[in-house]
Write a protein that binds this ligand. Structure first.
Ligand code: ADP
Length: 671
């Protein structure tokens, strides 16, 4: 310890040899050397430095050992302005001290901030005057630095605490914001849910609308309904005729015609789509490759802004209607060119159509007659015909070849043959009548001429026949005694043939009389049963091929034309014989029903089929069959019978079953 000071050559310094130092200095130096703290003594006005070994690190390699023995003013020149005045104060008798006093020092070849707790106190000389400064100095640089660090850390901590709290605040406010956002989100969610519901509802409505569209489209008969967008893509395809036209809904919807292999068809209609999408609404007829005719409506569909966004195409198959139109056009031309008057009218007898022939026949034009009553054409005495015809038609019957007279515009009566049929609507209801009228005036004239001829011929034939009958009666009388069996037989057959001929000629004569209205009914009272008895007896004489029987009953008084009723019964009997095989039974009979007398003739013959039964009383009507072909006749017998009975206010009819037999009846009012 202290070897530095001891070995130091003090004599070269301002202090001189240590042996000559003042005692206070000597004492202080020896004390300094025994203290384990860094001690520095700055002696004299130049502050010559002396320090112990503990002080060496404080001066570092830069100042030690040069400092020893040197002036403090030089050693600490960099801080002398600070410490110099303090040294001066100490030299004035003051003790000065500072804790953690910062001194910038170059101790080790670089400047550093050094901190010291130090105390400067005066070292008194024997005369009581301060001779130097006693410096105790403890370096606190490490402590200060550590403290500084700590403070900094603390500060940082505080700052970071502050930050933390502000972060916390921010977090809290962020939390608040989050909460608010959450609330907003919840409300947005609610809105979304509501929107979702609305969307689902809208989707349902859409689905319903689509369903509605499809069912509307399907229910437009014979149609295809297509909706296209601006680019002509198929949005919807629906309808009864869809498959027929080759549209497949699933393959087409959402596609462009070019995507579904319909380019050719599309190109053919593209210009029409363009017109439609340009806002034009139009319709036109189009024929498909297979020949069907469609009526196509092109309808631009506008959105709320009035722009055409989609186009609606409705194609309706009108092939059948077209054909029907063609058919009715043909029919109309047939009607117009017909020689027969064809007139249609309502059930109320109002004329609805009138053809050219009607104009020629009746003299009225269509303009004059359509809307007029049919009664304009019917003579007043025949007005009851119309309701009768209507009632027959309402039962579903057709009235054919009904011969009557009609009135022309110029007042002539013409003979017409009418065929009247009901006009029905598609449900089968009768909505009117069609009348076909044929002018038969000429035919009628022919008939009159024919009747006149028949009448004349029959009349002329009757005279020689009457003579022949008379001659034969005389001859028969004269031959009564003759034994020649041939002559007797020949006379009997000749008689039969003459009778046949007489009745035939009478028949023709009667027809011609009837037709010309000259058949007179001369009524007289007689017993019908008596007449039946006479005819029965006469028949037995003539007919030997059949068994004829009479169902007898009491007297039946009638007031009638005896001969003509007789010819009716004879006709019934001769037909029964004619139309039934040999050996069969023919029964004649009568009865009274109410105030009517009924006569019948029943046979077991070939019978009559129902379709013939209604016509056998018509003039010249004969049943055409293999059985009847070889049986001679003219079909006038029953016609005459019917006329005769009608004029007696009676009824005539027949019941028959084919192959079983027939029964012919007539009734007469009782007298
Ligand atoms: P015809 O001269 O042909 O006998 P009618 O007027 O007497 O003429 O009879 C008309 C038609 O009625 C006959 O052609 C026949 O076909 C049918 N007819 C009449 N009477 C009978 C009957 N008793 N049985 C079957 N058919 C009959």
């Amino acid at each position: 310890m202290g070897e530095l000071i001891r070995s130091f050559n003090w004599s070269a310094t301002g202090l001189g040899d240590s042996a000559n130092w003042p005692a206070p200095l000597k004492q202080t130096v020896s004390m300094m050397l025994s203290i384990n703290f860094p001690i520095l003594i700055c002696w004299g006005p130049e502050y010559i430095q002396l320090y112990n070994d503990h002080f060496r690190p404080i001066n570092g390699v830069t100042k030690h050992p040069q400092a020893l023995g040197g002036s403090a003013k030089d050693t600490y020149a960099e801080i002398w302005p600070t410490i110099g005045p303090m040294f001066a104060e100490v030299m004035g008798g003051k003790t000065v001290g500072f804790p953690d006093f910062m001194v910038p020092l170059d101790r080790n070849g670089y400047m550093e901030e050094c901190y010291f707790d130090f105390s400067y106190s005066p070292i008194y000389l024997e005369d009581g005057q301060p001779g130097g400064v006693f410096v105790v100095c403890v370096e606190t640089t490490d402590k200060v630095i550590a403290l500084g660090k700590l403070n900094r850390i603390n500060d940082e901590q505080a700052a970071s605490n502050e930050e933390m709290s502000s972060v916390n605040e921010e977090l809290a406010s962020a939390n608040e914001e989050l909460e608010a956002t959450n609330e907003e989100l919840a409300s947005v969610n609610e809105e979304l849910a509501a929107t979702n519901e609305e969307l689902t509802e809208a989707q349902k409505t859409l689905a319903r609308n689509e369903q509605l569209f499809r069912s509307i489209a399907v229910n437009i008969p014979d149609s295809v309904v297509i909706v296209v967008d601006k680019e002509h893509r198929y949005l919807m395809v629906e309808g009864e005729k869809m498959e027929k036209l080759g549209f497949a809904r699933q393959a087409y919807e959402g596609k462009h015609p070019s995507e579904v292999g319909q380019m050719e068809r599309y190109l053919a209609v593209k210009h029409l789509y363009d017109r439609m999408m340009a806002g034009e609404r139009f319709s036109q007829e189009r024929t498909t490759a297979t020949g069907e005719i469609y009526y196509v409506h092109f309808v631009p569909l506008k959105n709320e802004q009035g722009d055409v966004e989609t186009g609606l195409i409705i194609a309706i198959d009108i092939s059948e209607r077209k054909q029907a139109e063609e058919r009715s056009a043909k029919l109309a031309s047939i009607v117009e060119t017909s020689d027969d008057a064809i007139i249609s009218k309502t059930l109320e007898s109002v004329i609805t159509s009138w053809n050219n022939a009607a104009e020629r026949m009746f003299g009225y034009t269509a303009e004059e007659m359509v809307g007029e009553s049919i009664y304009k054409l019917i003579p007043v005495d025949r007005h009851d015909e119309e309701p009768r015809i209507l009632s027959r038609l309402s039962k579903g019957d057709r009235v054919e070849h009904f011969e009557t007279k009609r009135l022309t515009k110029d007042g002539r009566l013409i003979d017409v043959s009418l065929t009247i049929s009901p006009l029905k609507d598609p449900q089968g209801n009768i909505i009117g009548l069609s009348k076909i009228a044929r002018d038969i005036t000429e035919r009628k004239l022919d008939e009159i001429r024919k009747n006149d001829f028949i009448g004349m011929a029959s009349h002329e034939l009757k005279t020689p026949l009457t003579s022949l009958t008379a001659i034969m009666q005389v001859t028969s009388a004269k031959l009564k005694g003759n034994d020649d069996p041939f002559l007797a037989g020949a006379m009997a057959r000749a008689n039969t043939q003459v009778k046949k001929m007489t009745s035939m000629i009478n028949g023709f004569l009667n027809v011609s009389r009837l037709e010309s209205g000259k058949l007179l009914i001369e009524k007289e009272p007689f017993d019908l049963n008596q007449l039946l008895q006479e005819i029965f007896e006469e028949t037995q004489l003539i007919v030997n091929t059949h068994t004829v029987s009479l169902a007898r009953s009491g007297e039946i008084p009638v007031n009638a034309d005896h001969d003509k009723i007789s010819s009716v019964i004879s006709n019934f009997v001769s037909n029964a014989v004619k139309y039934s095989p040999r050996g069969n039974l023919v029964e004649i009979g009568s009865r009274i029903e109410g105030n009517m007398a009924i006569v019948y003739v029943k046979d077991e013959g070939m019978g009559i089929k129902p379709q013939d039964l209604s016509q056998i009383f018509d003039r010249y009507y004969r049943v055409e069959s293999n059985h009847t072909r070889h049986i001679s006749g003219f079909g006038i017998g029953l016609y005459l019978c019917a006329e005769i009975i009608n004029r007696h206010d009676g009824k005539i009819w027949a019941e028959s079953e084919s192959g079983v037999g027939s029964t012919f009846y007539f009734s007469l009012p009782l007298a």
